[in-house]
Design a protein around this ligand. Structure first.
Ligand code: DAH
Length: 346
């Protein structure tokens, strides 16, 4: 019986290999697979007569042969089709043909500038941190010395996810600036601390060429013993010469932000006219770049840091604004538009 099965298989394979056209293929298929008179059907019948203990073994062998023959027939059929129907020509691929190149994208100009700045700050020992875009009223305002009654809230209207009137828990909103990460970082890492926080921020704005509901900032914070305005100016100069690749003159004017005391607006000497006066600097010789200041003692306290032992400076660089200055972009809305005709220029 063992031998019979093997013999049938060998014979069948030989015959299948010799098939030259579809009629022969059909004949061979019938010879072996016909339900009533096929060789395999006969074999299965014979297996019924084998003793019960050997039956499973022969059954399995017969099934295996059946599978192998089916496969061999399939292969033969595809060979016949391929040769017979001229598919060779149809399947021909001209591998020398030029195809359109796969177009790779690139980083958004805001991301590019953010990464450049991150490198500069890393070289000065700053950590790069992240914070939630969906922020609580507490971190966005309260812990930055802006209580609910404070008029400074009016300058930063935003989108409230959970209205201010809801009771029992801290209202949720889209953060209006990256400054809330100051307090989060202080609470997490304590002092001394050096970090920058690039990120997306939101305002409830009527949009026009210079206002957008979504834009990017880079927050900076340095806390240590005896930090003063000199440290602030030194770090700012290092940053600016890193960005503009030349030494930049800076000046500080008083500015008001509830979370710094004293607070400043930092201006840079106009790089277009070298300070002589031109349309870009509105003939003043100076261009406003970023707000900054020494961290308010109340904010240090919210962060769990003792203002008697430590002091620090903070600044808020407008990344979107910096990109606009660098590339002379005159409409802020282009940056969020996703318009490839615009983006492909960078
Ligand atoms: N968070 C402020 C804003 O978005 C900007 C700012 C001002 C950040 C002064 C600071 C700072 O860290 O010291 O308007």
């Amino acid at each position: 019986m063992d031998l019979d099965i093997k013999k049938i298989k060998e014979q069948a394979i030989k015959e299948i290999e010799g098939v030259k056209n579809s009629e022969e293929w059909e004949q061979i298929k019938n010879k072996y697979f016909s339900r009533k008179s096929g060789e395999l059907a006969k074999l299965l019948k014979d297996i019924k007569d084998v003793s019960e203990d050997l039956r499973p073994k022969f059954g399995a062998m017969a099934n295996q042969v059946k599978d192998e023959l089916e496969k061999a027939l399939d292969i033969k059929m595809s060979e016949l089709k391929y040769k017979g129907n001229g598919n060779l020509e149809r399947d021909f691929i001209d591998v020398t043909l030029n195809v359109e190149k796969y177009k790779l994208g690139h980083l958004h100009p805001v991301t590019q500038i953010s990464m450049e700045l991150e490198d500069i700050f890393k070289s000065m020992g700053f950590m790069i941190l992240d914070g939630p875009e969906l922020e609580s009223d507490y971190y966005n305002f309260e812990a930055l010395n802006i209580p609910s009654w404070h008029p400074a809230r009016d300058t930063q209207d935003t989108f409230y996810i959970d209205p201010l009137t809801s009771s029992g828990h801290d209202p949720q909103l889209l953060r209006t600036h990256t400054s809330p990460v100051q307090v989060r970082a202080m609470q997490k890492y304590g002092a001394p601390l050096r970090c920058v926080v690039p990120g997306r921020v939101f305002r409830n704005e009527a949009t026009d060429a210079s206002h957008e509901h979504t834009f990017y900032q880079l927050e900076g914070l340095m806390i240590d013993k005896d930090i003063s305005i000199s440290n602030l100016i030194a770090v700012m100069k290092e940053l600016l010469s890193g960005i503009f690749k030349t030494e930049v003159k800076v000046r500080l004017r008083p500015g008001y932000f509830p979370f710094v005391e004293p607070g400043f607006e930092l201006d840079i000497q106009c790089l277009i006219c070298g300070g002589k006066g031109c349309p870009v600097c509105k003939q003043s010789g100076w261009v406003e770049l970023l707000p900054c200041g020494l961290v308010h003692p109340n904010v240090l306290k919210y962060g769990g840091i003792d203002p008697k032992k430590y002091s620090g400076f903070a600044f808020g660089l407008g990344l979107t604004r910096l990109v606009m200055m660098k590339y002379k972009i005159d409409d802020i809305r282009l940056l969020q538009s996703g318009d490839l005709r615009f983006l492909n220029q960078f």
